[in-house]
Design a protein around this ligand. Structure first.
Ligand code: HEM
Length: 227
């Protein structure tokens, strides 16, 4: 028995992406929740209904835009009110989608389509976000990150496909930003990292664990496209 052997120091627990800042940690968890047909980095089995096989309809797509608007309206009014000081950093980021979605819906209306009230996918997410934003800052921030960054990535890809299939390629306002999108995203990323620097490891984990809920809610809204 070699009692004199020096005890090895326990390795410090590392989280994927940790060295690059907290957004990279959130991104890592989010990418793993994609299916392999959605994104190369996806960690889940291919979806039974991959986007490539979606058969969107105009009414379904309008429902998706209405429900998305409900979520963006809610997100944007939460940061405008900023019941928690951390939210103030996420006002006027240039990523806001509410006004653009309003314009898109006006356009559909001008084309003779009826714009419905938000459906259960949109209202349940909006209610959930409102409550969460008051009681759990790290969890809310996870939703904020996923909602805006998902739209800038997979969301744009889906929008392009749908437009080609049913809108004669028309590019909606939802997919346009003032200024360069990578720069807008970089500025928000830096503020997200800044906010998370003030969190304990427990709060960071709480935020990361919320990613699944974000996928669940946003996934339901996405599926209204084919409803
Ligand atoms: C990134 C596809 C749904 C959150 C991405 C990327 C793709 C993609 C291609 C880019 C990966 C890269 O950087 O190379 C899709 C498709 C979806 C989908 C096809 C559904 C059919 C979702 C959902 C969420 C989400 C429901 C969460 C609510 C994200 C996030 C990123 C991402 C946070 C990282 C963005 C960044 O690095 O800036 N997605 N996605 N995605 N997606 Fe999705």
């Amino acid at each position: 028995l070699d009692s004199a052997a020096p005890e090895k120091p326990k390795p410090k627990q590392r989280y994927p992406g940790e060295s690059k800042g907290f957004v990279e940690e959130m991104r890592f968890v989010a990418m793993k929740l994609h299916t392999k047909d959605q994104a190369k980095e996806g960690g889940k089995e291919a979806d039974v209904q991959p986007v490539a096989k979606w058969e969107p309809t105009i009414t379904g797509y309008i429902r998706f835009l209405v429900d998305s608007k409900k979520v963006y309206d809610t997100m944007e009014s939460i940061v405008a009110k900023a019941t928690h000081p951390s939210y103030e950093l996420f006002r006027d980021t240039g990523l806001e989608r509410s006004e653009r979605l309003a314009k898109d819906l006006e356009w559909f209306e001008s084309q003779g389509h009826t714009i419905p009230e938000p459906g259960p996918a949109g209202t349940s997410y909006a209610d959930f976000l409102t409550e969460l934003s008051e009681k759990n800052v790290p969890a809310f921030i996870c939703h904020f990150y996923n909602v805006y960054f998902a739209h800038s990535a997979g969301g744009r890809f889906i929008g392009k496909r749908v437009a080609e299939m049913i809108l004669d390629g028309r590019e909606l306002e939802f997919y346009k930003w003032d200024g360069e999108l990578p720069e807008l995203l970089a500025a928000v990323k830096s503020n997200l990292n800044k906010v998370a620097e003030g969190w304990t490891r427990e709060e960071k984990n709480l935020c990361l664990e919320e990613t699944e809920s974000s996928f669940k809610y946003s996934g339901k809204i996405l599926r209204t496209i084919i409803s």
